[in-house]
Design a protein around this ligand. Sequence first.
Ligand code: PRP
Length: 183
Amino acid sequence: MAKKLDITNITKQNLKILIDNTTIKNRVVSIANTINSNYKNKNPIILCVLNGAFIFYADLVRYLKIDFEVDFIKLSSYGSSTKSSGTVRMIKDVSANIADRHVIIVEDIIDTGLTINYLRNRMLDGQAKTVSFVTCLLKERKKYHFDFKIDCIGFKIPDKFVVGYGLDLDQRFRGLKNIYTIK
Ligand code: PRP
């Protein structure tokens, strides 16, 4: 029988690079250029989904040449586990009035899709003019909890737990420059 993963014993030695920082950076620049051409004169609200997206978000906005506003929303569905709890908890709502605004939601990862489904409903309730999604990572799965298009995907990855570049394991490893799987 396979041993259960004990997350408290995992150290950097247990991590294996999946995507290195140079590859991430090149992709971030290309995503920023897409936003630059699609959102000229639209002054979008660029919404960071805390906590995980904070590094990807901060890197991405530095390459934007358009006018934009920043805002932050904090949700949680994983807690200290490596599996989604199945329920999205709102910890901090968006601060801006999103009515009639173009909103670009920036995520670190889409896994089950529960979080982005929740976010889309929140944006539609707030009467956003348009809602688009940019995610650094999309886990490849047979089924997701959403049925709309993701506008921009940095990398499609296998269905494995990943850390680094903002992503955590029980709040650890967020500051690592590369994205890693656990060996
Ligand atoms: C992670 C990640 C996404 C969400 C994706 O957040 O940052 O927001 O899970 O998973 P889903 O597609 O299955 O909904 P988490 O709840 O771990 O909080 P964190 O960003 O603070 O780490």
